[in-house]
Design a binder for this molecule. Structure first.
Ligand code: UDP
Ligand code: MG
Length: 319
């Protein structure tokens, strides 16, 4: 039996790009259907992430015109990761496989064919990996590649140069639904679910229209989220720094005692001030890292819903 595919596409203020890319997604869906790779019930699911422009109206229009397109809308902007999750959770009971992809046409849409073929030959998760970043600016490339290296160094295992373009089977999504955390970092969480996975490679293009929602500050915030959600390495780092600092302090103490007995007592206050500054700054950094985790615990214990769908283009009973 041919699998039913749902293509999950988060959209936030994308009125410029959506009219350009929606036909491209549809074309790809049709192509896979004519190649008999996926069933005729397969669909494109746009997830409106609380856009402030006409995005939701455009999605509703597309859904009204075409049976293969549907949309869900979040009650407010919750960010890219939550929007993708909302779509995946909504899709998992209706299909056999999902593919999540950004709506701006940067990721090579035609690679979906390969992803589905990988699924048909046994992979439950297929990662879309960017083989190069020629079209990114030097700055974007350096910050993005630094992002992956830093994450791995800090103990958050992620597939290098893979963002959120991936195929996940409904089977895996059902297990994934048991990951209840609110701090979402999907590309680090999906590998934790396990199952057979593989990768397909593609070249990342430029955005077809509109502007990026990921400036450096957001990439940095995502990296911090990724690390603190997935790894306790920074906490261990504090202990290591503590041990190193105490060894240094003991050496300093021995040196001070010797100096005292040998008669050259140091009277400068500069060294004391320097030591205070250094130590207090290290302590502050450490407290900051601990605070980051406490903040996460705080958010997790609230168990707030991770997404709330306010509207649907399809009127099915979902009780
Ligand atoms: N996005 C979203 N909610 C947000 C920000 C972005 O759903 O709060 C979507 C956006 O519409 C796009 C995808 O996430 O489909 C990736 O965003 P973008 O292309 O701006 O990021 P970049 O590719 O520049 O890293
Ligand atoms: Mg983009």
């Amino acid at each position: 039996m041919k699998p039913t595919l749902y293509i999950v596409i988060p959209c936030y203020n994308e009125e410029k790009v959506l009219p350009i890319t929606a036909p491209l997604f549809l074309e790809q869906l049709r192509y896979m259907q004519t190649k008999e790779l996926i069933s005729d019930e397969s669909k494109i699911m746009f997830v409106n992430d609380g856009s402030k422009d006409n995005t939701w109206d455009i999605i509703k229009g597309l859904a009204a015109e075409n049976k293969s397109i549907m949309g869900i809308s979040q009650s407010r902007n919750r960010g890219h990761q939550n929007a993708v999750l909302a779509g995946l959770m909504e899709a998992k009971d209706k299909c056999d496989i999902t593919i999540s992809i950004d709506c701006d046409g940067q990721d090579d849409i035609s690679v979906m064919t390969q992803m589905v073929e990988e699924y048909l030959s046994g992979s439950q998760v297929v990662y879309g990996v960017r083989s190069n970043r020629k079209t990114d600016t030097f700055f974007k490339r350096a910050s993005a590649e630094g992002f992956y290296k830093f994450l791995n160094l800090m103990g958050a295992e992620v597939v290098f140069n893979h963002a959120d373009y991936r195929l996940i089977s409904a089977r895996v999504l059902k297990e994934f639904a048991n990951f209840k955390e609110v701090n979402l970092f999907l590309r680090g969480m999906v590998p934790l679910v396990g199952f057979k996975s593989s990768s397909v490679y593609y070249e990342r293009k430029e955005r077809l229209a509109g502007e990026t929602h990921y400036p450096l500050s957001k990439i940095f915030a995502l990296a911090i989220d990724g690390i603190t959600s997935l790894s306790i390495k920074p906490l261990r780092l504090i202990s290591s720094i503590g041990i190193i600092m105490s060894v240094v302090s003991i050496a300093g103490l021995v040196w001070a005692i010797f100096s005292k007995f040998l008669g050259f007592t140091v009277t400068g206050w500069a060294s004391i001030v320097a030591a205070i500054c250094l130590l207090s700054s290290i302590q502050l950094i450490c407290i900051g890292i601990i605070g980051e985790y406490i903040g996460k615990i705080y958010m997790e214990v609230k168990e707030r819903p991770r997404y709330i769908i306010s509207e649907r283009t399809e009127d099915y009973d979902k009780k």
